[in-house]
Structures are given as C-alpha cells and as structure tokens.
Ligand binder design. Structure first.
Ligand code: SF4
Ligand code: SF4
Length: 82
C-alpha cells in the first residue's frame, strides 16, 4: 500500500483526481493523506505524482520498524528453541 512522503508533497491534488476510489486520498494540512483501509493498491497515484511523493511500502520507515519488530519476535522463537 502506498504512503505519502509529506516533505515532498506539494498538495497539488493530482493523486486525488487520479485515484479511482473516492475518498481514499484526502488533504490533511495541505498534504495528501491515504486511507489505507480503502486503498485498492492499484498504483495509479504512484505514476501521477509529479514529486514522487507517493512511495511504495518498502520505503515506509514505519513499516520497516514493524518488520524489525517481527524479526526480533522470530529471534525470540529461535532462542526458545535452544
Ligand atoms: S493505489 Fe490506487 S486506490 Fe490506492 S491511493 Fe493510489 S490511486 Fe488510490
Ligand atoms: S500528486 Fe503527489 S504532490 Fe500532488 S498532492 Fe498527491 S502526493 Fe502530493
């Protein structure tokens, strides 16, 4: 699912006009905001953003943090196995 790198977003709203699902992308404090529970992950907003402010999940620092958390959890499991 996409996320917005807010520092790059100019608030042009092109992504809102392009998104096929109404109400997924809204403006918050002049920046685009994606409601991930509504997003169908079509990827159209990635292509249309002139600032490349819409980034894939793999670059989301928040989710990376979560990934690390999972890694630690697995580590726990291994430790228990010993
Ligand atoms: S991936 Fe598609 S549905 Fe999701 S926010 Fe972008 S344009 Fe909208
Ligand atoms: S298209 Fe890009 S710069 Fe324009 S409002 Fe959307 S995220 Fe921001």
């Amino acid at each position: 699912m996409p996320w917005i790198r807010e520092s790059d977003c100019t608030g042009c709203q092109l992504c809102i006009k392009t998104c096929p699902v109404e109400g997924v992308i809204t403006m918050r404090n002049g920046k685009a905001y994606i409601d991930n529970s509504l997003c169908i992950r079509c990827g159209k907003c990635f292509d249309v953003c002139p600032k490349d402010a819409i980034r894939p999940n793999s670059e989301n620092p928040l989710l990376r943090g979560r990934g690390m958390g999972q890694g630690l959890g697995m580590g726990h499991g291994r430790n228990r196995g010993y």
